[in-house]
Design a protein around this ligand. Structure first.
Ligand code: FMN
Length: 343
């Protein structure tokens, strides 16, 4: 079905295609999330997930379509990034499809309708339908970015199953500096003070890190009470690309990010030794891709860009594929497979 629709969708300017998709999802008849194979049930940070395959942040920025996305077969959905105040983001065009590369470049700059709109979008959610995380960020013109994160935690925690502190968008100038030593410790202290019991907090990092960064981030995350690390956001690097949009500024995601994100995951696993749960994202487009991350140390995976190229049935296909791989390998559950790769 998606193979037939794709050429029509690709005729639309990418941001418009996204808006049309969100509108169509809102019109979709409500359906229950599918039932997953029991071997896919997994838990981290006290949360139970029916499948380890989640929707990455950025698709449902304002919390409008989390229900339909769970209905399509995602094991969990991450809403956001939500900033305290509404924000229009960078000038258009700011979103590019790199079709030949199965990739996306975006420099959206945290366009979102702000906390109040996200609260409205999530207020009436049926918690029995599935796990919803809320990814929070700082406004571009904020005088105190750390205070923005603390405000985000306070406002969004009552509606979230987990929160993600996003310090890894390349499109808000200076944001990634929060990953540096002292500032990260300070940020996590402020977040720790604002948090409420029973809502785990994840930290999302960039894939563009230097060799010393991994140990430092793991130490700060564990000391700061972070419950899991999401590896990774989009990259500013440019692996070889074919598309005419290759030189656009912004964060690159999709297939060309795959090896870099896997390499970063392995580095985090090596320095954390399994002490901090890891969530993998970046270029995952198949069950084999998801499996490679799981055995490299990820307890959960997330995807976004591959949806553009493979359509809305992808999450379900990956879950089914993972269940088949577990069977093939004679492994009883996802948790038993995490970090079992032999290098
Ligand atoms: C159009 C677009 C918008 C995104 N917006 C956000 C965002 O608001 N917050 C965030 O943490 N990540 C955002 N991301 C990054 C994704 O969550 C994900 O980390 C990254 O795209 C790598 O996964 P993928 O290769 O499966 O897309 C965005 C990605 C894309 C393509």
């Amino acid at each position: 079905m998606y193979r037939l629709l794709r050429p029509l969708i690709f005729r639309l300017e990418p941001e418009r295609a996204h808006r049309v998709t969100i509108a169509a999802l809102k019109l979709m008849p409500r359906r229950r999330p599918p039932s997953f194979d029991g071997s896919l049930t997994t838990s981290i940070a006290g949360l139970g997930f029916p499948s380890p395959v989640g929707l990455a942040a950025g698709f449902d920025k304002d919390g409008e379509v989390h229900g339909p996305m769970l209905g399509l077969g995602f094991g969990f959905v991450e809403v956001g990034t939500v900033t305290p105040q509404p924000q229009t983001g960078n000038p258009k065009p700011r979103l590019f499809r790199l079709v030949e590369d199965e990739a996306v470049i975006n420099r959206l700059g945290f366009n979102n309708r702000g906390q109040a709109a996200a609260v409205a979008g999530l207020a009436d959610r049926d918690r029995s339908r599935g796990v919803i995380g809320i990814n929070i960020g700082a406004n571009k013109d904020s005088a105190d970015r750390i205070a923005d994160y603390a405000a985000g935690v306070r406002a969004m925690a009552p509606l979230a199953d987990y929160l993600t502190i996003n310090i890894s968008s390349p499109n808000t100038p200076g944001l990634r500096d929060l990953q540096a030593g002292g500032e990260l410790v300070e940020l996590l202290a402020a977040v720790g003070e604002a948090r409420i019991d029973g809502v785990p907090i994840f930290l999302k990092v960039a894939p563009d890190l230097n060799s010393g960064d991994h140990a430092r981030i793991i130490r700060a995350a564990i000391d700061g009470g972070i419950d899991a690390l999401i590896v990774a956001n989009t990259t500013l690097s440019r692996p070889p690309l074919k598309s005419r949009h290759a030189k656009e500024a912004g964060g690159l995601s999709g297939a060309p990010l795959k090896l870099l994100a896997l390499d970063q995951l392995r580095r985090f696993r090596a320095v954390s030794g399994g002490k901090l749960p890891l969530i993998a994202t970046g270029g995952i487009a198949s069950a084999e891709d998801a499996w490679a991350r799981i055995i490299a140390g990820a307890s959960l995976v997330q995807l976004y860009s591959a949806l553009v190229y493979h359509g809305p049935g992808l999450a379900r296909r990956i879950s089914e594929g993972l269940a088949a791989i577990l069977k093939r390998e004679g492994i009883a559950s996802i948790a038993d497979a995490v970090g079992t790769e032999r290098l």
